[in-house]
Design a protein around this ligand. Structure first.
Ligand SMILES: [Zn+2]
Length: 136
């Protein structure tokens, strides 16, 4: 079935993220000066810095994370997202939280569960990262 769900919001601040996702790379913003990670941010809040992405760059992240918080959706609100499914915040190994779909059975989802990024091609132009339990 062709994807007909909502499309990601691509802005100047998030373009590099989606370009990396198309290459199946999880990218996070990183401050060039103090090396702190963000997802995404237009300016570093940890050091004296310039606004409008001046000192931010996209860097490849590990793709490793853990579930920080989640909900189990039990009603289908769009045919593209069949309930039940898990949606939540993952805390990346680098620090930033990412809101995303988590591909885990609802009864197996728990805070602290180790997850890793994988990539789903929505359309030929848009690939999005999702997270799933670490494959052993
Ligand atoms: Zn900084």
């Amino acid at each position: 079935m062709a994807y007909d769900g909502p499309m990601p919001s691509v802005t100047e601040e998030t373009r590099g993220f989606f370009e990396a996702a198309r290459r199946k790379v999880l990218a996070l913003h990183r401050c060039r000066k103090c090396r702190r990670w963000y997802w995404p941010a237009s300016a570093c809040t940890a050091c004296d810095n310039e606004p409008f992405l001046a000192n931010m760059q996209w860097e490849e992240a590990s793709g490793k994370a853990e579930i920080f918080a989640f909900i189990v959706a039990r009603r289908t609100f769009h045919p593209q997202f069949q309930a039940p499914f898990v949606y939540g915040l993952v805390k990346t190994a680098e620090g930033p939280l990412i809101p995303c779909g988590i591909d885990v059975a609802p009864h197996e989802a728990r805070v602290g569960l180790a997850v890793e990024a994988h990539f789903v091609e929505l359309t030929p132009d848009y690939t999005v990262p999702r997270f799933r339990p670490v494959q052993r």
